[in-house]
Design a protein around this ligand. Sequence first.
Ligand code: ZN
Length: 302
Amino acid sequence: MPYDHRNTVRRTFALALAATGCCAVLAGCATSQASPPSGKAQESQAASQAAQGESGTQSRPPFASPRPSRSPVAAQGSGSLAGRTIVIDPGHNSGNFRHSDEINQKVNIGTTRKECDTTGTSTNAGYTEASFTLDVSHRLRDLLKARGAKVVFTHDGERPWGPCIDERARIGNAAHADAVVSVHADGSAVGHRGFHVILPAQVRAGAADTTKIVAPSRTLGERIADRFARATGTSPANYIGDGTGLDVRNDLGGLNLSTVPKVFVECGNMRDPKDAQLLTSAAWRQKAAQGLADGIATYLEG
Ligand code: ZN
């Protein structure tokens, strides 16, 4: 399969990224590419981050803010999402390339044991998926907080690698999140374009039991797919999901182990030059974040 990189291990960064295949496989990627980024790629990434006004030490969301008063006037946020908790899971981690031993350790996802985390994919020019997911997640956080939501990240670039996919799921569970969105971009073949949302399959095995989240996650995914298309003007993927922009998987630990409504969003295909043009545009990433926020809000507002 074009988005399964298990059969295409490479040693160089560029080739590794080219072969990474579906980041979708992301949380579920069976093989992790751990070669460090080339100097060129690092420069490109740094330039990209600089262009976005980011530093590698961007402050974390104010998770530790005081508990809101019960007074309606003083309540945290007055928007439509006040009182709601949303967990954002930025896919992968820019440091994963340098921690192959750690991210290749196996964790239990209920149905099987899989690698802790994966490196993710990249554009041909070296803009990494990990940079993309963190940037979109920051934009999404700001939009959700503006609507009064409490936002929790699974990581914010502050960790050297990971978290592992099982920990990513546990963070959403522990937060009793009303919704969890794992942000990704795909690594499929050239010509494969568009976004898709991955929904949890019915899984009941070992530590995994998605029985209670299958239906609400589908609704969440449908709302996001609809709003993402509207906000970005892009179409559902032309290579997966039969044009619906929706796919169901039972091999992703981040979904299998979730006890709260959760979806993965593959915002586009980093390996396709036309999609890459969009994904590397800060303006487009803002639209993508807007689409995600609108979809989440539509879901939570009922
Ligand atoms: Zn990914």
